[in-house]
Design a protein. Structure first.
Length: 365
């Protein structure tokens, strides 16, 4: 077993229990017993009492998908986020509320995002007049509900910090639109693009300069110091982790190469190759890992054509994509999409099985 594989097997992603803060209330209103679902996911109700306690991410993802199937409400994540404010982010909220602008708040959120849990990977990219805030999820955990919770929480945080003055241009999701969009329209009140090539938010760059009327840079510095003590020394991301993030952020924009990723990381390609080799990884292996993850998500949860999925993964022709997919999964992408959507998203017994909802509970109206 390689060093990378050894480290990966010991790493158990976790999330803060606050992500389930109002789970019991929401699910009860949907007419389903929340405690039975918690028991099935092996999450104790008493574990939800401390918002900063940590839960296994796999259990929380499993719980969300099981709950959607039981309640027939695919807007579950937004119903969970809707009543919250940025204070639910925990200690990091003390810093965000004192940053001078929304951009400063986003930058602080990106810097300290590990305090929120191990699944979210937010990144800010400003290109001319437009700003993009991506919300990538740890490979293997990107179910519809996980993604919608992460993006909904980000949206809610920025709206709260600006006292409603900030409005995005568009919300983006890789997955397809649900059968009922009423909750999404009520919650976002702006265009929502499904079947997009990334998960996140776009907005005019100038709107991130909206000032925070409660800002206090002295308090922000104090909060920053407190967070450093609270979080302890931050582990330095491995080169392999940095490469994964770079691939995730750029794969849909064109062909991803060692040279393009090395340039993004300000490294010479040969140096990048040597650093990856020291960690027991290769660029080709990491690219293949990301392609497997995104192929399952696009084919299983979006309406992109097979040809478009291939293009989003960097394949110039349908035949080359189909060949790769057949080698990796044992059947063509078209056949997999038609009848094999139950393939596992990550190692373990949890399998994502996208459901079609024929009826929506009144709470989703």
């Amino acid at each position: 077993m390689s060093k990378v594989q050894s480290v990966k097997s010991e790493f158990v992603p976790q999330v803060r229990a606050v992500c389930l803060a109002n789970y019991v209330e929401v699910v009860s209103q949907l007419g389903v017993d929340p405690y039975a679902l918690l028991r099935k996911a092996r999450i104790r109700p008493e574990d939800l009492g401390d918002p900063d306690s940590r839960l296994a991410a796999s259990a929380v993802v499993r719980l969300a998908e099981d709950t959607v199937r039981e309640t027939r409400c695919d807007a579950l994540a937004l119903l969970m986020v809707e009543p919250r404010n940025f204070a639910s982010l925990g200690p990091i909220s003390l810093l965000l509320q004192h940053r001078g602008t929304l951009r400063g708040a986003v930058e602080s959120l990106v810097k300290h995002q590990r305090l929120l849990g191990d699944l979210m990977d937010y990144a800010l990219d400003v290109d001319g007049d437009m700003a993009t805030i991506r919300g990538d999820i740890l490979p293997g955990y990107g179910s519809r509900q996980t993604v919608e919770f992460a993006i909904g929480l980000l949206f809610q945080t920025l709206r709260d910090l600006s006292n409603g003055r900030w409005q995005p241009e568009c919300i983006h999701f890789r997955h397809s639109a649900p059968a009922d969009l009423r909750v999404h329209k009520r919650f976002y009140q702006c265009p929502v693009q499904f079947d997009s090539d990334f998960d996140g938010i776009t907005c005019a760059a100038e709107t991130l300069e909206i000032g925070n009327r409660a800002a206090n840079e002295v308090m922000a510095r104090h909060a920053e110091q407190c967070l450093e003590l609270y979080a302890g020394p931050r582990p330095v991301a491995t080169v392999a982790e940095q490469v994964r993030r770079a691939i995730f952020a750029t794969i849909s924009r064109g062909i991803v190469t060692m040279d393009s990723v090395a340039d993004k990381l300000s490294l010479h390609p040969r140096m990048l190759q040597r650093l990856l080799e020291k960690e027991g990884a290769t660029f080709a292996g990491l690219l293949n890992e990301i392609r497997r993850e995104l192929a399952i998500r696009y084919l299983g949860t979006s309406n992109h054509s097979v040809t478009d999925v291939g293009l989003l993964l960097g394949y110039s022709t349908l035949s080359s994509f189909s060949r790769w997919f057949t080698i990796e999964f044992g059947k063509s992408p078209a056949v997999w999409r038609a009848g094999e959507r139950g393939l596992p998203l990550f190692e373990g017994d949890y399998r994502v099985q996208p459901a079609k909802f024929e009826a929506i509970d009144p709470i989703c109206a």
